[in-house]
Design a protein around this ligand. Structure first.
Ligand code: FES
Length: 96
């Protein structure tokens, strides 16, 4: 399981599928989710297999989530902010 190297800094909170997640200020959503043990952010539109952050640099698009009702957001490229409501990407929301 990945662990934070440095536990210092301000803690902010957002929700993922209704669960409160604590993140360090400046941390991406993907990093915060992985640190919280949430490794599935969407399902494959072909097989339904679980998908989650992989490249952590905006290339693979495996980390797509819905943020505050807006789908197709890359969790690895967006810094977590207090009060965000993040949900798994629904298969019917994936951009063609
Ligand atoms: S983890 Fe690859 S684009 Fe986000």
């Amino acid at each position: 399981m990945p662990q934070r190297i440095d536990g210092s800094g301000e803690t902010i909170r957002f929700t993922f599928e209704g669960r409160e997640i604590a993140a360090r200020a400046g941390e991406t959503l993907a990093a915060a989710l992985i640190a919280a043990g949430e490794t599935t952010t969407r399902a494959s539109v072909v097989s339904g297999a679980p998908r989650g952050p992989y490249c952590m640099m905006g290339v693979c698009f495996e980390c797509l989530v819905e943020i505050d009702g807006v789908p197709n957001r890359q969790a690895c490229m967006i810094v977590a902010e207090p009060g965000m409501s993040v949900n798994r990407q629904k298969a019917d929301e994936v951009a063609a």
